[in-house]
Design a protein. Sequence first.
Length: 420
Amino acid sequence: MGIGRIAIVGTGHAGVQAAASLRQDGFEGELFLIGEETDLPYHKPPLSKTFLKDDVPQLQLLRPEDFYARNRVELLSGRCVSAIDPAGKRLEFTHGGVLSFDRLVLATGARPRLPAVPGTDLEGVLALRNRADGLALRAALPAAGDVVVVGGGFIGMELASTFAALGRSVAVLEAAPRILGRAVSPLISDHLADRAVASGIRILTGTGLAAIAGEAGRVRRITTGDGQSLPAQLVVIGIGVEPNVELAAAAGLAFSNGIAVDAAFRTSAPDIYAVGDVASYEHWLAGRVLRLESVQNATDQARSAAAHLLGRPAPFRAVPWFWSDQGDARLQMVGLAYDPDRDVVRGDPQSGAFSVFRYRGDRLLSIETVNRPSDHMLGRKLLAAGIAPPIAMVRDAGADLRSLLEGEPKTSARAAVVSS
Ligand code: FAD
């Protein structure tokens, strides 16, 4: 029997791409795209980059305004789904009403994790995930000369550089020995930390947040785990996210760190799929179960899930990539560096533009680049083709790594941000 109606929950990168791909792949039935946010679906990455700096905050829409009507996508904005009945194939809305479906795609994303310390409820303690959070940060900035960013991950370091560029005194607390420690090589961590310090940011590693103190309900100071006291009129929490699994969990779907899906992005319930930040799956490249948080992952998974859902399975072989803008450094990463045993540098870190090729044995795991977009684009092709450049060649700045791709079929390396 044909599929009459597909419902998608979540209007982020994954949900919107799933809707677009379903139509592109020829789905002719009813298509509902449901999201609790009231804005037209928009790009999240600019929130920690340009959104706080622009005179007038601009949302970059994921699709033009008329995309939804043109593609017969019933966009239900400002609607929160409160329950799913997998057996009855119905979902319920928080403020009443139900919707039946033949297939359901869960693209509910993730939300910032908050530390279990006193004071997180004070005014001026914020986290960033969506436009409303971005507007709250903008509103808090005029009265905030001293900003403490808790967490030296991507969002924390991007925000720190944005605040420093806006003339604020900024301190970053990172509990691990180095910033971005779980994501990048020590060399890149150190390089980005040096750049941040040179721009006036204070970085405190090896210590976390112990308490936040305020006066008259507003934040005034924080205390670090090792007893330092720092002034703060704004505290931004950036210690990672938690996947929004509650809907799936309450419906009895399998989950652990994310909603568990198979290679076709099917959950443990028949006819229910999950994609994007919320989905946990065995990654073909890493050979382990993981959950990725990136625009590329969300859009590529959504494309693949749409094909599977319509009975046109294609093996998921997307190579993960990511970018982060910190001051005048653009970091780009491709691949997944689990258990690397050798980091090889190409280019001169002192010049501010270089790459780190990470290997396990002879296998190339990932390439991290700072202000070297051509190495990044090349890296996408090398990893897609399973080619590991010899280490001597990587070190030799004059060696043409592109020659390694000769004879390989052309791969389409997509633009960094996918839109319309
Ligand atoms: P989301 O974008 O989180 O969308 C999920 C949507 O589902 C949300 O709108 C949520 O409100 C909605 N929802 C949840 N539950 C319900 C419900 N019950 N009912 C209705 N709606 C619901 N990635 C990069 O690759 N590069 C970057 O530079 C980068 N920078 C970032 C900067 C910031 C500030 C943030 C927050 C993220 C950044 N990311 C970046 C990560 C990237 O934005 C995410 O990986 C991506 O948004 C994941 O898309 P998603 O659709 O899975 O989830």
